[in-house]
Design a protein around this ligand. Structure first.
Ligand SMILES: Cc1cc2nc3c(=O)[nH]c(=O)nc-3n(C[C@H](O)[C@H](O)[C@H](O)COP(=O)(O)OP(=O)(O)OC[C@H]3O[C@@H](n4cnc5c(N)ncnc54)[C@H](O)[C@@H]3O)c2cc1C
Length: 381
């Protein structure tokens, strides 16, 4: 985000801050909570307002794990890393459930279904489930379509849930006790001494002892370190009008290797998301959160093919920008040339699985130097 000389010319008031967080999404608000618990005085600066980035545009799935089927993740990252990532997502869900309970946030404990669109994907699901069973995970393999909608197989994860994501982040923000400076974009960050970071924003020049960037998809626009490490990626959804005959699903989840997704909303609509696979050229490398026609046509076609019993009109469509990390694991670290500036970014469409746990590790890294483990950005060099 750029700021013109007319909006701010370096004469903004200076504010001294203990712990400054950039970005008031799910991750920034979770980090504010953990930094507050560690006794820090926390201010969040946000270009828009609480949760107006991806955190209130997502589908609200609390699905355990990464975006890659378990056995494939083991092939890619090794079993120790994959075990750690699944544990991190369970930790994240434990924190989210605490925030949800304390904040009275709507949640549907419906479990999730990862559905196969083809026999090949069904075989992948079966291998994934066998690998997860060997780890003692609570998962169920369905060799036939449990929804009766033409899928080939499914993995059911009974402990998963679907939440109201906007209210969730509002609740986390409230429970953090942090101060928010909204409508206040950061446009320059300098490590001015060993102990002080100067953060230029439209309304203030902050002098902060610690800074944490929770700017996910937008990180490459803030610091060149993130170029090629975090790739902004658009994701889109649609919802129907409330269904006359009540909900058609009692679950939420993905199909087609995570490229398509679906759930019931709390007011009885059907939500369909995805459509990016056929449009990667259009949906990648953009921070423009307008919807696009080719993706919306795919979502509509999916709705009509898999839910022929739903004839309610489509009432709303939207898009949001996810931050994909280059190796699809979250990135937690400090900027090489600014050691007091930490970051927790790159959630690859899975912030509700990895966000709060990663935020906790980022706060620990900044305050105590604790190694963030498998999500340590140092792995990228
Ligand atoms: C359509 C869609 C569906 C999704 N579905 C799911 C799902 O079901 N489950 C799941 O786990 N994940 C899902 N995701 C991903 C999930 O939304 C993200 O992983 C999560 O919201 C990331 O949270 P965040 O706080 O890191 O980022 P964001 O919510 O994007 O927050 C970053 C914040 O930084 C602010 N910011 C940026 N630049 C500046 C600046 N210069 N100065 C000040 N502030 C700045 C932005 O305004 C923004 O508020 C989905 C995403 C989309 C778009």
């Amino acid at each position: 985000m750029t700021v013109s000389i007319w909006q701010a010319n370096g004469t903004q008031p200076v504010r001294e801050v203990d712990f400054l967080i950039v970005g008031a999404g799910l991750v920034g608000c979770s980090a504010a909570y953990f930094a507050g618990q560690a006794g820090r005085d926390v201010v969040i600066t946000e270009a828009r307002d609480v949760a107006l980035g991806a955190s209130s545009r997502n589908a609200g799935f609390m699905i355990t794990g990464l975006d890659t089927y378990y056995h494939r993740a083991v092939e890619r990252y090794g079993s120790d890393v994959v075990r750690e990532m699944w544990a991190l997502s369970r930790t994240t869900h434990r924190y989210l459930r605490q925030f949800i309970e304390a904040g009275d946030v709507p949640i549907d404990n419906c479990g999730s279904m990862l559905l196969a669109e083809s026999e090949t994907e069904a075989q992948e699901l079966e291998r994934a489930v066998r690998a997860m069973e060997a780890e003692g995970f609570d998962v169920v393999y369905h060799a036939h379509d449990p929804l009766g909608r033409g899928y080939c197989a499914a993995i059911e994860q009974p402990q998963d849930a679907a939440v109201q994501p906007y209210q969730l982040v509002q609740a986390i923000f409230k429970q953090s006790g942090a101060e928010l400076v909204a409508n206040n974009e950061v446009y320059r960050i300098e490590q001015t001494s060993a102990e002080i970071v100067t953060v230029y924003t439209r309304q203030y020049i902050f002098q902060a002892r610690h800074v944490l960037l929770c700017t996910n998809a937008y990180s490459p626009y803030i610091d060149p370190y993130f170029a090629g490490k975090v790739i902004p990626m658009r994701a889109q959804c649609l919802v129907t009008a409330p269904l006359k005959n009540g909900p058609v699903l009692n679950t939420c989840g993905y199909s087609d290797y995570g490229y398509m997704y679906y759930r019931d909303t709390f007011d009885g609509r059907l939500l369909i998301g995805g459509g990016r696979k056929q449009n990667t050229w259009l949906e990648g490398n953009t921070s423009d959160d307008r919807i696009t026609d080719p993706v919306q046509r795919i979502l509509e076609a999916y709705l009509r093919a898999r839910f022929p019993d739903v004839d309610e009109p489509i009432e709303q469509r939207w898009a949001g920008i996810m931050g994909f990390s280059v190796d699809k694991l979250p990135l937690v670290g400090t900027l090489p040339d600014k050691p007091r500036v930490g970051f927790a970014v790159g959630f690859t469409g899975h912030g509700l699985a990895m966000g709060a746990g990663s935020a906790e590790r980022a706060v620990d890294l900044l305050l105590t130097g604790a190694n963030p483990g498998a999500i340590n950005a140092a792995r990228l060099g």
